[in-house]
Design a protein around this ligand. Structure first.
Ligand SMILES: Nc1nc2c(c(=O)[nH]1)N[C@H]1C(S)=C(S)[C@@H](COP(=O)(O)O)O[C@H]1N2
Ligand SMILES: [Mo]
Length: 965
């Protein structure tokens, strides 16, 4: 094993460093991230060994002397540039950023952002990383605008004025509470600056998702950035407040009431389950050598809104998740933070705990052993970049420089980064550069913005380093994979194998870049494991597609051998979409992805089925499933859902809306969005979710209430009252397909819930089964026949939603089509058979809403026999419980043999019956600025609905007041 490049002198210029290397990108843009080399001879302290003595040493009398000795006249002459020092990494400024159109319509529309950031969770909230290769361009310090962002919700709007008045409150188990403005913090405590690398615990998560999808979204390898953070030491604030900590031994795992042991931090951002907050152990927080800061600045600028303006916590060496943004409250307590996300986020659960288990078994999240604080050792390659090439012909360079970043946690240093060209059989050392060490040469003091930037008194390492290794092109030519492994001073090394875990956090197996040779041996092409976000590509996806297992990847000759042995991949048979659903004349018209993207809107939605593009605009009004089911897939590939739900006739109708063939390559199928927010409701409008049937309450000869489980017992369903949800099952010759087998055909139907939206952990749906007729002439309902076969406690169904054009809002308001808000005075509900179910949830909400007591309700429920009346007991109970006198319920039975005892309606829903049992119709015309306060909600078999609509119109009900489900 030998070093392929000789150690460089500390004066080697950036140009020199790169001149002999072939590079993947445009060389001129790339600046070496390395600077001077101080060697690895700097002595280090043992982390965690700091004690009261060393804290005092850090606080040092020298510091205080310097401060008092500096005359203020001199201070004003200090020019930030010169005082900062030219030998130090340049401080990047936020570029020219503006609010982006992509954020229009989101709560963050006002936030200025850089469009180069790769969005990992769609538009909102902002979860982004810069393009990996940009780390090479930006270097040691990342400009705020290119700094990765992880926000669980909207960015709180804080004006300059708000920032002036911003108060940081410290309270709880302290002798002295404080409530300081940022100005007061600056006055009372020493301003300090530290270079700190922030890493989201999810960095490199996509690699884990490629093995088995876990609970989180797809971070690439750039969920990491570094800034110069300016603020005051948290330790100083704690010294001032004096935590109350009576001495005494205590069992480690129990709290001693009244004894301060935790420091809880809270931001102002409002999330579905409360504010963002987490905590630190008090002893750590008091340890100045750990460098925890209450920071207002980054890179010489105020924090940007995305990064926590005006104040945030910085915890060097720990995961980003601990560094609370928009910080305004600190509580000293005898117990750890009780914030929702302190428990349900930033954990590495044992590898055997599946995502499903993690969702349903709370104890994993409450076990203190699985919390993550300190970062683990990690590294990634910047060159070669994904898809870059290297000329290996005679004209090409003789050597190539591989480089990248590395970091570790807890203040430890990276001590080696090794590169293997034979997938781990042998390793060679790369050259490590620690730009952070430049700040150890001489302290900066009294800087007008940075205050004190002094790493001469600490041996902690809080920032990433860069490594590089020159290898002969000839050797790369022989290799099929570059593997990278970093090791820190505690000899913790990146493992060969992935430690898959449900949150897919702290992924740090070897970073491997596959090498491909082109056929004529003229160039090499490099392939990273994954690409950030939904971008396709990378060897992990390729291996999945080839039927190989990327968890135990094999490259080059090894892969070729094992591929031969593995069986052929089964490709599911394709329905002839072209034959059935396309217009002959348009089959050759090519529609570009960009054109489809332009129609990713609600007014002129285009979508893709198979290889073809359809314009759904003209069908929005007519679509029996509501316009939402079209607008939801606008700009997307809707093949799977479309094929599952539509009849042959519906498919044929698609010809009229066909506009052409999608350009080669097709659309990238959008992946399921964020799941790692444990506060998110169960239902997701863009993603099918699995749910177990936990219970089935049979309530009549042909109907039952089905109870489906959410991911967790305390999870909201996320189905606003009045909306429906799709359920789907797989049908193989009339038999339900169990488990995750992808056989059979998908069958899907929409249902409204029986339970209300405030029920947590479960969703109840009342469903009537359509059985085949006794003579066998009429077949049973295809979906309900499958549903009947489901075994409670065992079988799962898939759900997606919510959707629908009607939503109930408190106060007796019906929202239609997302924008009309009808403040009801009267509402008629007309149901036929199981048509009562979609009406039920709105009725129940109206009856239980104290602010809707004024709404007059008339219910007409039509069935064949008394036994057919669905959920009659439930209806009666809800009515009785409401105590309302302005609600009428009238059952009508159509069975000619109905018993003479029956006192309510008989026969069909005639015009006369409607006139008699409903209130008079609202005025035919109302002024343009008003909405109707009287509506009819109608749901039943299509012939019944048609007849009722005719009668209503004849009576004088304007069409706009009749809402059909
Ligand atoms: N108030 C608040 N603080 C927060 C978060 C948040 O959503 N709200 N996200 C956390 C997570 S998970 C990370 S990784 C870091 C990201 O910091 P950045 O967005 O400035 O890079 O902020 C942390 N602090
Ligand atoms: Mo994070």
């Amino acid at each position: 094993m030998s070093l392929s490049s000789s150690p460089r002198s500390s004066t080697g210029s950036d140009k020199e460093l790169r001149s002999d290397s072939a590079s993947s990108g445009s060389d001129s843009e790339l600046r070496s991230v390395s600077g001077i080399s101080t060697g690895a001879t700097t002595p280090v302290t043992t982390p965690g060994s700091s004690n009261a003595g060393s804290i005092d040493a850090l606080k040092g009398t020298e510091l205080i002397r310097e401060n008092t000795a500096s005359p203020s006249s001199l201070e004003s002459e200090l020019d930030s540039e010169s005082v900062y020092g030219e030998h130090l990494p340049p401080v990047p400024k936020t570029g020219d950023v503006k609010p982006l159109s992509i954020d229009n319509g989101t709560p963050d529309a006002w936030v200025a952002r850089d469009e180069r950031l790769i969005r990992l969770t769609g538009k909102h909230p902002l979860n982004v990383e810069p393009p990996l290769i940009d780390i090479l361009k930006t270097g040691f310090l990342t400009p705020q605008s290119l700094f990765y962002v992880r926000s669980h919700g909207a960015v709180p709007y804080v004006s300059e004025g708000d920032a002036k008045d911003w108060k940081l409150r410290i309270h709880g188990l302290v002798e002295k509470e404080i409530n300081f403005t940022i100005e007061e913090l600056k006055q009372k405590f020493e301003t300090v600056t530290l270079p700190v690398t922030l890493v989201c615990a999810g960095n490199r998560r996509k690699e884990q998702n490629m093995v088995t999808k876990g609970l989180g979204f797809n971070w690439g390898a750039a969920g990491v950035s570094t800034g110069l953070f300016t603020g005051v030491y948290l330790a100083d604030l704690l010294d001032y407040c004096k935590p109350i900590r009576p001495a005494g031994a205590f069992p480690y795992d129990r709290k001693m009431p009244g004894r301060a042991r935790h420091v809880i931090f809270e931001g102002i951002d409002e999330l579905p389950k409360g504010k963002y907050g987490t905590s630190q152990r008090l002893t750590w927080a008091k340890d100045r050598s750990k460098g925890m800061l209450i920071a207002w600045g980054m890179n010489g600028e105020p924090l940007s809104p995305d990064h926590g303006f005006p104040l945030r916590l910085i915890v060097p060496g720990q995961i980003g998740g601990r560094m609370v943004k928009w910080l305004n409250r600190i509580e000293i307590s005898d117990e750890e933070s009780q914030h929702y996300l302190h428990f349900w986020d930033n954990k590495v659960l044992p590898t055997q705990v599946t995502a499903d288990q993690a969702r349903s078994e709370e104890h994993w999240w409450k076990d203190p052993k699985y919390i993550i604080n300190d970062l683990n050792v990690n590294a990634a390659a910047l060159t070669p970049d994904h898809n870059s090439t290297l000329d290996i012909s005679h004209a090409g360079p003789s050597s190539y420089r591989i480089c990248g970043y590395a970091y570790t946690g807890g203040g430890k240093r990276i001590h080696r980064v090794e590169v293997s060209l034979d997938d781990g059989k042998s390793w060679e050392l790369s050259q490590i550069d620690m730009p952070e060490d430049k700040y150890r040469i001489a302290p900066i003091r009294n800087h007008p913005f940075f205050g004190t930037l002094d790493l001469t008194e600490t041996e902690m390492s809080f920032a990433w380093c860069f490594w590089e290794l020159d290898v002969d092109t000839a050797r790369l030519k022989e290799s099929s994979v570059i593997s990278i492994r970093a090791t820190d001073e505690g000899l913790a090394a990146m493992p060969r194998d992935m430690y898959w875990n449900a949150t897919s956090m702290m992924n740090n197996w070897w970073f491997r870049v596959a090498i491909h040779r082109d056929d004529d041996q003229q160039q090499l092409r490099f392939e990273h494991p994954t690409l950030a976000g939904n971008a396709p590509g990378g060897w992990m996806q390729r291996m999945n597609d080839e039927g190989a297992n990327p968890r135990y990847p094999q490259f080059g000759a090894d892969a070729a051998q094992s591929n031969e042995a593995s069986t052929q991949k089964v490709v599911p048979a394709k329905i002839d979409i072209e034959e059935v659903m396309t217009h002959v004349d348009k089959r050759t018209t090519v529609v570009t992805k960009a054109q489809v993207a332009e129609h990713a809107n609600e007014t002129s939605p285009w979508f893709v089925v198979g290889d073809h593009v359809y314009d759904g605009t003209a069908f929005l009004e007519k679509h029996p499933g509501g316009s939402e089911s079209i607008t939801l897939v606008a700009g997307e590939d809707a093949t799977e859902d479309f094929m599952a739900i539509h009849s042959m006739d519906a498919k044929k109708q698609m010809r009229d809306y066909h506009i052409g063939r999608i350009e080669a390559g097709g659309l990238v199928k959008t992946e399921g969005p964020i799941e790692d927010d444990p506060t998110a409701p169960f239902l997701n409008a863009k993603q099918w979710k699995k749910s177990v049937l936990v219970e089935k309450d049979v309530i009549s000869h042909d109907s039952a209430i089905y109870h489906f489980a959410m991911d967790r017992p305390d999870q909201r369903v996320g189905l606003p009252t009045g909306q429906h949800v799709y359920l789907r099952l797989r049908d193989k010759d009339g038999q339900i397909v169990r488990g995750s087998a992808a056989e059979g055909e998908l069958v899907q139907r929409a249902y409204t819930p029986f339970s209300s939206d405030d029920l947590q952990g479960s969703l109840q749906i009342l469903i009537k089964t359509y059985k085949p007729s006794a003579d066998g002439k009429t077949p049973g309902g295809r979906f309900t026949t499958l549903l009947e076969q489901m075994i409670p406690g065992e079988d799962t169904i898939e759900m997606k939603g919510p959707l629908g054009h009607l939503k109930y809002q408190p106060g007796g308001v019906i929202q239609l089509h997302g924008h009309e808000h009808h403040h009801l005075k009267r509402v008629a509900m007309i149901a036929g058979g199981s048509g009562i179910t979609p009406i039920w949830s709105t009725l129940k909400a109206l009856l239980s809403d104290p602010d809707a007591a004024h709404v007059e309700i008339a219910i007409l429920d039509a069935n064949r026999t008394e036994a057919d009346i669905l959920a009659r007991v439930h209806l009666d109970e809800a009515l009785a419980a409401s105590g309302r006198t302005n609600v009428r319920l009238w059952h009508v039975l159509s069975d000619p043999n109905v018993s003479p005892e029956w006192k309510m309606g008989k026969g069909r829903l005639t015009k006369e019956l409607l006139e008699q049992h409903l209130f008079p119709p609202p005025p035919a015309d109302i002024s343009a600025d008003k909405l109707d306060d009287t509506l009819v909600l109608l749901c039943g078999p299509p012939p019944m609905e048609a007849a009722v609509v005719d009668h209503l119109k004849a009576i004088g009900w304007p069409a706009r007041t009749i809402v059909q489900f």
